[in-house]
Design a binder for this molecule. Structure first.
Ligand code: AMP
Ligand code: MG
Length: 660
């Protein structure tokens, strides 16, 4: 193979063969190759003061250098005595002991021995005087008026005192290598007098986002630009796994600048993570440059996992380099599966302990044979109270799935689907996930937020799963959610929602959403007209471009009714949400479409009202009495929530759900 054009051979290596290039391998094979080429081990050891050791990983076992406590000491306030002297002591026949004259406070060494018939005043923590073998609590004594003490109760030898080394004996192993130092470990080390600690050096991990379109969060988004999501996610995840992120400024898709960044990152960091530049469009620019950093170069390029296929793993002169796919969800999954185990070993950390639960997956999930599919799921409970994992389907690149998901299910490479009703293992994103008290599954609407806020204020925890009206209804029929928000128009009767319920469900009225024609303000073709007038005129205008909704959307049915069989230019453009319609019109990709008034307002668009859509709730009867469901229904009816709904532009239903 000829040298790759543009590569830097800064380390003086002969160009390597890149025969693994673009050969997709399985998950295990990818891990094995990376491991074998890198052999990850802790990057070094450093000494830090105890006060800075929190969260670090102990690099050497710690043996107690002294006895803890270092001397025999009293554990109460009282008198150090010889137990034999007070063996007969009682309320009626107290024993009188003469004072030694010593007063042993904390930090004071005794000067006099306790001889038979004497006692020394001693405080909690005070060192035991010679001769004494027990302490009588001050409560069980009384001064005798002549400087001595009357003891009213006997004590056993060794009572109310602790012996030297009884907590930790000198030489005993206190903490083992690899222990993550938390407050208890700090306490142990402090008790041993350890002022400095040897910990593993935190690996420095360079994080580089690449792409002409990327803007750092906080910056201004120009046309066709997006915010850099991978950089911040990867940096945070690097820190969560015991490493220090070294975040580089975003690098545009420019060969020279990318090469410069890569060279610098490889020199300064222990591991380099890039993202983007992996798809065909950029000609695999990053992978090509990574291949030239050092030997042996790329060991994996392409893994049979979804999301995440274009992952590229390389080793250059003992340091690992990874190019994560551009889409943030793909970047996160591949980071978690392939990079985290390696980073933890570099940091001296044990493998990540993941929370796992078993749950029923209620719907069939298709998968491709020959690759591992990761499906994000949100947890709820089923009719029998067992855990249910609802797949959160979103397009590739949808970061919002993380907000709805509690974890993921992996469908192994040999399966072509996961059957509806399968019990699957869910790997949890965070160790203590529990099923939410209230699961709302169905059509999403911004109006849900004030209702859910009120439910949360009552101390419940709620989850909205955006499954669409039909998906939510199906989940509700199976008893796998509490409430399904729906807006389904029965074409035959012209009535919303009621006809779609069965006897297991009860319809609770929600609110009306005013649907209408949206357009850019000032467009003369729309201003001052009714929706019907505008659409009649526009349908004949060849310069006007519309944006339609997806098949099955209630809004599309309405729009078809308004069009009365006409199919203006753009009719085949199927936006999937009210927001997508509004964005297309606001950005000039289309001139008009149909959306709800709330969204039109949010985008600053003109609005010609057309019809009221009924957004109601199918409530699972068997769950109606659950406290969180009761709280939801109360919130829905409450004056403050209704006021907030009205402010958002929704007309709150008054108990009926009639035709539009
Ligand atoms: P690429 O691999 O560079 O072709 O990127 C594939 C997709 O991921 C494109 O839609 C990119 O805009 C997107 N992408 C790449 N890098 C990032 C990033 N750091 N943050 C968010 N999206 C990204
Ligand atoms: Mg790119």
């Amino acid at each position: 193979m000829p040298p790759i054009p543009g590569r830097t051979d800064c380390e003086g290596h002969a160009p390597m063969r890149q025969d693994q290039f673009l050969t997709v391998v399985g998950r295990e094979e990818a891990r094995r190759r990376f491991d074998e080429a890198l052999r990850p081990a802790p990057v070094g050891i450093e000494t830090v003061p105890l006060g800075e050791a929190h969260g670090r990983v102990l690099a050497r076992a710690l043996a107690a250098p002294i006895d803890v406590p270092p001397f025999d000491r009293s554990t109460v306030d009282g008198f150090a005595v010889r137990a034999a002297d007070v063996a007969t002591a009682s309320e009626t026949a107290p024993v009188r002991l003469a004072p030694t004259g010593d007063v042993v406070a904390c930090g004071v060494a005794p000067t006099r021995a306790v001889d038979p018939g004497t006692a020394t005043t001693i405080a909690t923590g005070g060192p035991m005087p010679r001769g004494a073998d027990a302490v009588v609590m001050v409560e069980q004594t009384e001064p005798d008026g002549a400087g001595g003490v009357l003891v009213r109760r006997p004590v056993a030898s060794g009572q109310n005192m602790a012996f030297a080394g009884s907590d930790l004996a000198q030489g005993e192993t206190v903490l083992r290598r690899g222990k993550v130092i938390g407050a208890p470990e700090i306490g142990l080390m402090a008790a041993c007098g350890t002022g400095t600690v040897e910990v593993f050096r935190r690996p420095i991990v360079a994080v580089i986002s690449t792409g002409d379109e990327l803007v750092p969060p906080g910056g201004r988004l120009g046309p066709a630009a997006i915010y850099d999501t991978n950089g911040p996610i990867v940096a945070a995840a690097v820190a969560e796994n015991g490493c220090v992120p070294l975040v580089f400024p975003i690098v545009p898709d420019d060969e020279a600048r990318l090469r410069a960044a890569l060279t610098e990152a490889h020199a300064r960091a222990d591991f380099v993570i890039l993202s983007g530049g992996t798809s065909k469009g950029t000609g695999d620019l990053t992978a090509r440059l990574v291949a030239g950093v050092g030997a042996p170069g790329i060991v994996v390029h392409g893994v049979a996992v979804k999301p995440g296929k274009p992952l590229c793993l390389a080793v250059a002169d003992g340091k690992g380099l990874a190019v994560l796919p551009g889409f943030p969800t793909s970047a996160m999954f591949t980071f978690h599966e392939f990079i985290v185990p390696v980073l933890r070993r570099l940091a001296g950390l044990a493998p990540r302990r993941e929370g796992r639960v078993e749950a029923t997956v209620p719907v069939r999930v298709p998968s491709e044979i020959g690759r591992t599919d990761y499906v994000m799921v949100g947890l709820g409970t089923g009719a029998d109270d067992g855990l249910v994992a609802h797949p959160v389907f979103k397009g590739s690149g949808a970061i919002s799935a993380f907000a709805q998901a509690d974890g993921f299910v992996a469908i192994e490479a040999l399966a072509d689907h996961l059957a509806a009703g399968s019990v699957a293992e869910v790997t949890l994103f965070s160790p203590e996930v529990r099923a939410p008290d209230l699961v709302i599954a169905g059509s999403h609407c911004v109006g849900l937020e004030p209702v859910v806020d009120a439910v949360i204020a009552e101390g419940f925890d709620a989850r909205i799963l955006a499954l669409g009206s039909t998906g939510g209804l199906a989940a509700a029929r199976r008893g796998e959610c509490d409430v399904a928000p729906i807006h389904l128009l029965d074409a035959a009767s012209g009535i919303y929602n009621q006809a779609f319920l069965d006897e297991s469900l009860e319809l609770v009225p929600g609110w009306r959403r005013l649907q209408g024609v949206v357009f850019r303000p000032g467009d003369r073709r729309f201003e001052g007209r009714t929706a019907a007038e505008a659409v009649a005129a526009i349908a004949e205008d060849p310069t006007a471009l519309m944006v339609n909704r997806n098949t099955g959307a209630g809004t599309r049915l309405l729009l078809d009714g308004l069009l009365g069989g006409r199919r203006p230019d753009g009719w085949t453009n199927q936006a999937k949400s009210h927001n997508a319609v509004a964005a297309a019109v606001a950005h000039g990709r289309a001139d008009w479409g149909m959306a709800i008034a709330t969204v039109a307002k949010a985008y600053g668009l003109g609005f010609l009202p057309f019809a009221d859509e009924h957004y109601d709730f199918a409530v699972v009867r068997a769950r109606r009495d659950r406290p969180a469901v009761a709280a939801f229904l109360l919130a829905l009816a409450s004056a403050p929530v209704r006021e907030r709904l009205a402010a958002l532009g929704f007309a709150v239903a008054r108990g009926e759900s009639g035709s539009p």
